[in-house]
Design a protein. Structure first.
Length: 177
């Protein structure tokens, strides 16, 4: 895992062999962050990284100046890895929450400026995630939500849909509150 930009730029972390996550590729991550940077100023924003996996997106957000990032990951091995990297970086603005992301969406009582969700592509509830995030009003006014998903899904009919970006086999749908 590599942090692409910001104060932790070029830092690399070896992902344990027993990881089941499918991390966002550096190519896709770099491109989507270029798009995000034109939509929202990440400095001093609050962010939520759902289905955090390696924590790569959360660490990228902290590195680029987010004042607070909440990483939600239920797998104990993945969660422990995120905590280990957080401690190594001394990234105190990053908070790890070990719980199911779908339960977190319906139970959290706060809002964020930026939300990123990268659920497992085989998750049966994947098609409902954007609508759930939007209907539970987790985004602040003018907030941005990015969902990584397989090409089979089309979320363009949902309110707030801005655009779809495709980088190789990686698809992102972008929403604005």
């Amino acid at each position: 895992m590599r942090i692409i930009s910001g104060k932790y730029k070029s830092r690399r972390f070896d992902i344990p062999k027993n990881f089941k996550a499918r991390p966002t590729t550096d190519f896709a991550k770099e491109n989507i962050f270029n798009v995000i940077g034109n939509l929202i100023d990440l400095e001093e924003t609050s962010a939520l990284d759902l289905f955090a996996g390696t924590g790569s997106i959360g660490f990228e957000l902290i590195s680029r100046g987010c004042k607070e990032v909440v990483c939600v990951e239920k797998d104990p091995v993945h969660h422990a890895f995120i905590k280990k990297v957080k401690d190594e970086l001394k990234a105190d603005p990053l908070l790890t929450v070990r719980t199911d992301a779908l339960k977190y969406i319906v139970s959290v009582h706060r809002t964020f400026d930026f939300i990123f969700a990268d659920p497992p592509y085989t998750l049966k509830e994947l098609p409902q995630i954007p609508e759930s995030i939007l209907s539970h009003h987790l985004l602040n006014p003018n907030g941005i939500f990015v969902m990584e998903h397989p090409k089979e899904h089309d979320f363009s009919h949902l309110p707030g849909f801005l655009q779809r970006r495709v980088y190789g086999a990686v698809n992102f749908s972008i929403f604005k509150q």
